[in-house]
Write a protein that binds this ligand. Structure first.
Ligand SMILES: NC(=O)C1=CN([C@@H]2O[C@H](COP(=O)(O)OP(=O)(O)OC[C@H]3O[C@@H](n4cnc5c(N)ncnc54)[C@H](OP(=O)(O)O)[C@@H]3O)[C@@H](O)[C@H]2O)C=CC1
Ligand SMILES: O=C(O)CCC(=O)C(=O)O
Ligand SMILES: [Mg+2]
Length: 478
């Protein structure tokens, strides 16, 4: 069926990317839609396009080429399509048709106004895995003493949690009705909630965390861990399950359940590894002594709780001693979990102990900015939103409006998102060239203002955004 557009025209040359089993099939001349973005998108996008095109031309000498298709979202879309037309149907049609897209940041007003276009795109195309690697390029200034020790990839669930955006404003009829229903019917009918009541002047937001959503994200995280060398072949489930038991706690439980069912042969949980290694060190260890070693404070527990832990030790040994015991577990993917607040200090105090951090939407949003800061700031934080039939690449940061139009912002994060896109397409040679160019530019102190001001001694004057792109390209032949 011919796809029709209202106000845009696809390139007259180039082919369409298709998907098979969740993987893209990429021709040598793919058409790829791009959204320039609001704010600093006006500076960053031209720099990014130039670097990606130059890398492809250098790597493949004309055998491969991206045919860019400009599509509109955000302020630019309103100029073309009319007031409030922030996300036109043309744009959605193009992304659906061509499968892979890349975008600059888009503005979201705080409080009232439109909901996030960025989040909307992820939900519309069911891009359930937001993948944000944070790795250090030598010479990048950092507020941290040993930034090179951090090499993590945040796998952030991208379609649910409070980002579903189902909330009601304080004082509205539905908010009042809902609070009344909760206070008079549902809370009293739930003994564990006791006499709790929701304040009558509250706004209400809903935080759905589903088993399907959690497990498909963790599945992608484990699949990625399987491609990593030891000791980075591990997945940490990050959650606040001590407080939000049926949402964040359930995410953890469903994550472990998936690891132990779909990936049983290749996975070991941290708890299992302790139980197995205790027995390896002392084959005559009793079940109870093993339980004592894996559960701090075991002796102070009630008999019922002690029995539960002993039962867990027994079932682990029965289930996987043959396949995972005698050190075999050391070659498996390690799956552990950490409480969300603790992981923010752990990535600073023990950065090299972590690799893939799989978590829900809000935690992942916070965590990816924090991890990017350690390795050089938001100018160095790329990202990808991946689904089974579509992928959209974009930076971790937003529109940075105070720098817009000044040709000064660091385009590194969108350029590195382009690197992720090239890798996803299987165009590794072009991706490697860009990584080499960025590494060399930074090592030569050719950097934009954000890195320049932190370097010792500071770089003055810093490169402009466009000059940084040229510096990256100039190092392709090094
Ligand atoms: N995916 C998306 O499109 C996203 C969109 N947003 C939206 O962007 C808008 C602005 O959000 P805001 O909270 O200001 O956060 P931003 O991430 O846009 O910017 C905050 C600060 O981070 C630094 N920064 C951001 N990008 C870069 C870069 N490329 N190079 C160097 N430094 C950078 C700048 O710090 P300094 O000035 O100190 O140098 C900037 O002032 C909001 O509407 C928000 O909703 C936010 C996040 C993601
Ligand atoms: O869409 C937005 O405005 C913010 C999104 C965001 O912070 C993110 O995706 O990291
Ligand atoms: Mg964010």
């Amino acid at each position: 069926m011919t796809v029709s557009y209202e106000k845009i025209t696809p390139p007259t040359t180039g082919s369409t990317i298709t998907f098979s089993d969740g993987k893209p099939l990429v021709p040598d001349d793919p058409i790829i839609p791009f959204i320039r973005g609001d704010g600093t998108g006006v500076d960053i996008w031209p720099a990014t396009e130039k670097v990606i095109d130059a890398a492809i031309a250098t790597a493949y000498g004309g055998q491969r080429k991206i045919h860019w298709f400009k599509v509109y979202a955000g302020d630019e879309a309103c100029e073309i399509y009319g007031t409030y037309q922030y996300l036109p149907q043309d744009t959605l049609t193009a992304i659906k048709e061509y499968g892979i897209a890349i975008k600059g940041p888009l503005t979201t007003p705080i409080g009232g106004g439109i909901r996030s276009l960025n989040v909307a795109l992820r939900q519309i195309f069911d891009l359930y895995a937001c993948v944000r690697p944070c790795r250090y390029y030598a010479g990048t200034p950092s507020p941290h003493k040993t930034p090179e020790k951090l090499d993590v990839i945040v796998y952030r669930e991208n379609t649910e949690d409070i980002y579903l955006g189902i909330e009601w404003k304080q004082g509205t009829e539905i908010a009042d009705k809902l609070i009344n229903y909760l206070n008079t019917e549902l809370i009293p009918a739930t003994p564990e909630h006791g006499k709790k009541q929701i304040p009558l002047d509250a706004g209400i937001g809903i935080k759905p965390i589903s088993k399907t959503g959690s497990q498909r994200l963790v599945r992608r995280a484990i699949e990625r861990a399987l491609t990593l060398p030891k000791p980075k072949n591990q997945v940490t489930l990050v959650h606040k399950g001590n407080i939000m038991k049926y949402t964040e706690g359930a995410f953890r439980d469903w994550g472990y359940e998936l690891a132990k069912s779909e990936f049983r042969d290749v996975c070991v949980t941290e708890m299992e590894s302790w139980i197995l290694s205790n027995k390896e060190k002392n084959p005559d260890l009793s079940i109870e002594d093993n339980a004592r070693m894996v559960e701090p404070g075991y002796d102070a527990l009630t008999d019922e709780k002690k029995a539960k832990i002993c039962q867990e030790v027994t079932s682990v040994l029965d289930a996987i001693w043959e396949t995972h015991g005698n050190g075999q577990w050391q070659d498996k993917i390690m799956v552990n979990d950490r409480i969300a607040d603790s992981i923010f200090q752990q990535i600073q105090t023990r950065p090299d102990e972590y690799s893939i951090l799989a978590t829900m939407n809000l935690n992942g949003d916070y965590l990816s900015d924090a991890a990017a800061a350690i390795v050089g700031g938001l100018g160095m934080g790329p990202g990808a939103n991946i689904g089974d039939t579509c992928a959209i690449f974009e930076a971790t940061h937003g529109t940075a409006p105070k720098h817009a139009g000044l040709d000064r912002i660091n385009p590194g994060s969108v350029i590195l998102s382009g690197v992720m896109m090239l890798e996803y397409m299987g165009w590794q040679e072009a991706a490697d060239l860009i990584k080499k160019g960025i590494a060399a530019a930074i090592a030569n102190r050719q950097v934009t203002y954000d890195l320049a001001r932190l370097m010792e001694p500071p770089v003055n004057p810093p490169l402009k955004c466009s000059e940084f792109a040229d510096a990256i390209i100039s190092h392709f032949g090094d």
